[in-house]
Design a protein around this ligand. Structure first.
Ligand code: DQA
Length: 144
C-alpha cells in the first residue's frame, strides 16, 4: 500500500529546532529510516513537508487520486486551530493517523486540543520519531 506522510509548519527544521524536544535527526534522516522499514513491510512511502496550510489541504484532497491508501499527518501547530485542515482530513476519504513527536498533553495548554486529531482515525503522541515508524505498523489495523 502507498502511505502518504504529510508534515506541517516548522517540521522541515527538525534537527536544529529544539533538539531536547524533537531530537537531533533531520526530517530527511527520519524518513529514510521509515522508508527502509516500509520496504520490509511491503509498503511504499511518499512524503512531503509544507509550511503552508493551503498546500497541505491540497495534498490531503489529492491523496486518494495519487493512489494513497492512508495518510500519516503531523500538522505541527496547525493541529491546534486549523479547521480548514480538519475539513480536508474529513473530505479526503482515507484513514488519517495524526502523529505528534512531543507529548502535547504535557506542554502549554493550547497544545492539549487538536482540532485535526478529532477528524483522524487515531493519534500517536509523544514517542519522538518513533511515532512515524509506529504509524507504519498500525496500517495493518486501520486499513484492509
Ligand atoms: C508537534 C506539536 C505541535 O504543538 C508543535 O506546534 C509542532 C510539533 C509535535 O510533533 O510534537 O510543530 O506537532
Amino acid at each position: 500500500m502507498k502511505v502518504l506522510y504529510l508534515f506541517g509548519p516548522n517540521l522541515g527544521a527538525l534537527g536544529r529546532r529544539d533538539p531536547a524536544l524533537y531530537g537531533s535527526a533531520t526530517l530527511v534522516e527520519i524518513m529514510a529510516g521509515v522508508e527502509r522499514r516500509a520496504e520490509e513491510l511491503g509498503h511504499e512511502v511518499v512524503w512531503r513537508q509544507s509550511d503552508h496550510e493551503g498546500e497541505l489541504v491540497a495534498w490531503l484532497l489529492g491523496a486518494a487520486d495519487e493512489g494513497a491508501g492512508a495518510v500519516v499527518l503531523n500538522p505541527g501547530a496547525l493541529a491546534h486551530y486549523s479547521y480548514a485542515l480538519r475539513d480536508a482530513i474529513e473530505a479526503c476519504g482515507l484513514p488519517v493517523l495524526e502523529v505528534h513527536m512531543s507529548n502535547v498533553h504535557a506542554r502549554e495548554p493550547f497544545r492539549r486540543r487538536s482540532v485535526t486529531a478529532e477528524a483522524c482515525r487515531g493519534s500517536i503522541i509523544g514517542l519522538g520519531a518513533g511515532g512515524y515508524h509506529l504509524a507504519l505498523e498500525a496500517m495493518a489495523w486501520i486499513t484492509g
